[in-house]
Design a protein around this ligand. Structure first.
Ligand code: ADP
Ligand code: MG
Ligand code: ZN
Length: 483
């Protein structure tokens, strides 16, 4: 039986977070429009004679993304008309970029198949275009809302370089993280601001031909991307194995049934009759303009991960998790700078109990309600043994609930750990005097009873005694009795 290899190329459509639309002054924040067809003007509804104007912010954001994806930024790039008829496209064409995109020939490294090392994915191009209107089907009618028409979109296209669905997922995840780092896209996939298209084919292992591919459109989540791609790989292998052929076509993903469904046979570039957009001049970017953006590029997730590994000695998985969100990474560093304890301890808090609270409360790491100084203070309280580890966790919950500082909570509720040796020693001596039978059997060799003694102190102090101190005191007293 032939063994097959997966071949995937990804197209990502990202709406840009500009104030206005790509070619007019309407708001790009169409989700905030009060009603359908209120966020529109003669340009984005294609009234005769209306003229487009290029949105400078969208150009800047495209340059930033292009740089972050290691692309060449093309100082001379042009807009083109992509002609097709569909009701959600008021002009009868989409203004896009075709022959000369704003960015081309970039790359991203993703983890290689077997976990060791990386594989370089070539990014073919990133180009500017405009989003379409939204269509709603009601019975026999199609209703159209043009609020979204003309919102800036950046389309990012890879070469067919992915050999596994996992690699495609890693790339898509990292592109989302980069877009969020750059502040050009919220990454809110439920809102449709980031959409994937997976081009999928398979071929016998060892061959380097590119076989006929299918294109799965409008994948709105990572889950849909991976499930649909994996399904398509399997479907195509079965087809070849049964002597069939793959037909080039555009597919949709039926999430509920877990299958791809044919939408139409694939159009080819010539179907779109691309030609230069006559209403827009070529976009000329001065080298000095392009270079000024390099300075604006923040440290990106990959570089941050590497720095966290180097500077803080974190584990790769933890470093990558903290670096995946700019706000979380900044928070981690702010807490680390303010606590006496180590970065590793801060990392354990953040990736453990802290994340659980954030998730349980459906909060976002973009708006962490606990000031970094408060978390640092809590970690210090545990470090100084003012509170036990378990108490610290419940104080954290209280911090999320009330927003109060950990010191105030500990004081108000009397949660401070009893580490006063004198007090503990008295308790231990009394405990030993009150339980002669247990003492005798402990001294007689039943050493597991030590746990029982510790448990008694823990109960009497409601868990506020430092277990290490109690253990030592008990051992000291027993030692005296042996003599
Ligand atoms: P078109 O211009 O017809 O849309 P492209 O060659 O530009 O086709 O490719 C579009 C996307 O499809 C790219 O992401 C590319 O990597 C991917 N692709 C092209 N050929 C294949 C193939 N045989 N298998 C998987 N993906 C492919
Ligand atoms: Mg395509
Ligand atoms: Zn408009």
């Amino acid at each position: 039986m032939t063994k097959y290899e997966t071949v995937i190329g990804l197209e990502i459509h990202a709406e840009l977070q500009t104030a206005s639309k790509m070619f007019c002054g309407c708001s790009a924040d169409y989700a905030s429009a009060p009603a359908a067809n209120t966020n529109i003007c003669p340009v984005c509804t294609a009234l005769p004679g209306a003229m487009p104007v290029i949105n400078a912010r969208a150009v800047e954001q495209a340059v930033l993304v292009g740089m972050a994806l290691n692309c060449t930024i093309n100082p001379h790039n042009t807009f083109a008309r992509k002609n097709y008829f569909y009701p959600d496209l008021p002009k009868g064409y989409q203004i896009s970029q075709y022959e000369l995109p704003i960015a081309s020939e970039g790359w991203m490294d993703v983890p290689a198949d077997l976990g060791e090392g990386t594989q370089r994915i070539r990014i073919r191009r990133a180009h500017l275009e405009e989003d379409t209107a939204k269509t709603f089907h009601r019975g026999d009618h199609a209703l159209i809302d043009y609020n979204r028409a003309g919102v800036p979109l950046l389309e990012i296209v890879t070469e067919p370089d992915f050999r596994t669905v996992e690699a495609a997922l890693a790339y898509a995840t990292n592109v989302r993280a980069i877009l969020r780092y750059l502040g050009v896209n919220s990454g809110d996939m439920e809102k449709g601001v980031l959409r994937f298209e997976a081009n999928v084919s398979v071929r016998p292992i060892g061959s380097d031909e590119l076989r006929t591919r299918t294109e799965i459109k409008n994948l709105n989540s990572f889950r849909a991307l991976t499930r649909a791609s994996a399904y398509e790989v399997e479907r195509q292998i079965k087809l070849y194995e049964s002597g069939g052929e793959v037909v080039q076509e555009t597919l949709g993903w039926d999430e509920a049934r877990g299958v791809t469904v044919s939408q139409r046979s694939k159009e080819h570039a010539h179907d779109y009759r691309y030609f230069p957009e006559p209403d827009l001049p070529p976009l000329q970017l001065a080298e000095s303009f392009i270079e000024s953006f390099r300075a604006h590029l923040p440290e990106l997730p990959e570089a941050k991960t590497q720095r966290f590994l180097r500077d803080y000695g974190l584990k790769l998985q933890d470093a990558a998790l903290l670096a995946s969100e700019r706000s979380l990474a900044d928070y981690f560093e702010a807490v680390t700078a303010q606590t006496k304890d180590s970065a590793k301890v801060v990392c354990n808090w953040l990736t453990g109990e802290f994340m659980r609270q954030i998730n349980d409360r459906a909060l976002s790491v973009d708006s962490i309600p606990i000031p970094a100084a408060h978390l640092a203070q809590l970690i210090d309280l545990a470090f100084d043994k003012t509170v036990s580890g378990n108490t610290a966790k419940s104080v954290l919950v209280e911090m999320f609930q009330s927003g109060r500082a950990p010191k105030d909570i500990v004081e108000a509720q009397g949660l401070g750990q009893i580490s006063n040796e004198g007090v503990l020693k008295e308790m231990v001596i009394k405990l030993i005097a009150d339980n002669p039978k247990e003492v005798a059997s402990y001294l007689g060799g039943k050493e597991t009873l030590l746990q029982w003694f510790m448990g008694q102190v823990a109960r009497a102090t409601k868990g506020k005694a430092d277990p290490q101190a109690v253990k030592q005191l008990l051992l000291d007293e027993f030692e005296k009795l042996r003599k």
